[in-house]
Design a protein around this ligand. Structure first.
Ligand SMILES: *Cc1c(COP(=O)(O)O)cnc(C)c1O
Length: 403
């Protein structure tokens, strides 16, 4: 196939993305090889998706093996690979049951529907309110954009759905005031991703759990970005004792690059999700599950999680040094584990371009942040290289701020 010109946009692609003038033809570990022959250090990892890097041999093998056996049947049959991944997820978490999806947004849809249905079958159909947080991101379906309340994602799409409110991130007093007898659920990212790598404290998670339990509302965690090892625990909320949710959404790294999502729930929280209540054609098909199992087994290993904590500790230390050397460029370092945000004085898009000049790929984020979301397998040497590239990007940013 001829390489597309990365600088000339294709008119036939709906213009909903602001794309960098760059395309890739191959990936290996933490490296991406562009169509114009350059090699980049990838600290985007497909927005926290490629947790094991690119072309991980175990994932490639799982995909090939399953690809030659069976891709898709239907959820009207038992799917052994699905049962195997659900068993793993439930053994590793608070959950009793899992519904598999193709994306994070669909996992969110399932969670919100399960929460309302739970109260409906409990004889409290008036409990429909979903409380979310400002700066959150839950995906792009109608329910997901209403749950996050981001005006830019809601404008022009007709009236807002009833029953969705947002309060300030981490504001326990506002939560206590908002939660009540018509609340179905509270939905929160333990570490906000798109919103700019903002982490709730362990105490805040515990307060949320208590407030929900007291009010009889369900607690939904959106761990689509911060889960699956990203913070150095399998799930970010595990850092806080006694703060397990009733429902949790997982996606992104769950398939290591293959589209897979999951909505996990306790048996109690899922009790309204009976035959006919929900469904998906593709969700949990054998091909997705085979890759998901291979990814899960690698990511859930103690060694992988310990490695994340080590590299994250190193990066955290190095990046605070960078902030000290460039206080005019880097205003704050935030996030948790390998979900790292740098709040900048330079416009974040400009900084991302400066990083690209250094052959480093980083993601944007709310609040004028850039995010580092490297593969979890990033080595200490590669982490050092990332910091050196960021250092040079900071020096360029300083020159452009001075100009
Ligand atoms: C990416 C993301 C989603 C949406 O997932 P999609 O797979 O894009 O539908 C939802 N919540 C969070 C926290 C995310 O990071």
């Amino acid at each position: 196939m001829p390489s597309p010109s990365p600088t000339v946009p294709n008119d036939h692609i709906m213009g909903v993305y602001n794309r960098a003038p760059l395309a890739f033809e191959r990936g290996e570990g933490v490296r991406l090889f562009s169509t114009d022959g350059d090699v980049y250090l990838d600290c985007v990892a497909g927005i926290a998706v490629d947790a094991l890097g690119h072309a991980h041999p175990k994932l490639v093998a799982a995909l090939k093996t399953q690809g030659e056996k069976l891709w898709h049947v239907s959820n009207i049959f038992r799917i052994p690979e699905q049962e195997a991944l659900a068993t793993r997820l439930c053994a590793a978490t608070f959950a009793d049951v899992v519904f598999f999806t193709n994306s994070g947004t669909e996992a969110i849809e399932c969670a919100l529907k399960a929460a309302r249905k739970y109260h409906a079958v409990n004889g409290a159909p008036e409990r429909i309110e979903i409380i979310g947080f400002e700066g959150s991101f839950h995906g792009r379906s109608y329910a997901a954009v209403n749950a996050s309340g981001n005006a830019a994602y809601l404008d022009g799409f007709g009236p807002r759905l009833p029953g969705y409110t947002q309060i300030a991130f981490g504001d326990s007093e506002a939560l206590k005031a908002a939660i009540g007898p018509t609340t179905a659920a509270v939905i929160v990212e333990p570490v906000q991703g798109e919103g700019g790598a903002r982490s709730l404290t362990e105490a805040q998670l515990q307060e949320l759990r208590e407030a929900c339990t007291e009010a009889g509302a369900l607690l939904i965690y959106d761990e689509i970005q911060c889960g699956m090892g990203r913070t150095g625990r399998l799930f970010a909320h595990e850092w806080a004792d006694g703060a397990a949710p009733d429902i949790m959404c997982v996606a992104k790294a769950l398939g290591g690059g293959f589209p897979v999502g999951a909505c996990l729930a306790t048996a109690e929280a899922a009790k309204g999700m009976v035959v006919g209540a929900h469904g998906s054609t593709y969700g949990g098909n054998p091909l997705a599950m085979a890759v998901g199992i291979a990814a899960f087994d690698e990511i859930a290993k103690d060694e992988t999680l310990a490695h994340v904590r080590e590299v994250a500790g190193y990066l955290n230390q190095q990046l605070s040094g960078l902030k000290d050397r460039f206080p005019d460029v880097v205003l704050d370092i935030r996030g948790k584990g390998l979900l790292i945000g740098l709040k900048l004085a330079t416009p974040n898009r400009e900084f991302m371009a400066l990083a690209r000049d250094e052959k480093l790929l980083i993601a944007g984020g709310g609040d004028n942040c850039v995010r580092l979301l490297p593969p979890l397998v990033l080595s200490l040497d590669e982490a050092r290289e990332a910091v050196e590239k960021l250092e040079r990007a900071c020096a360029s940013a300083r020159r452009s701020l001075a100009a």
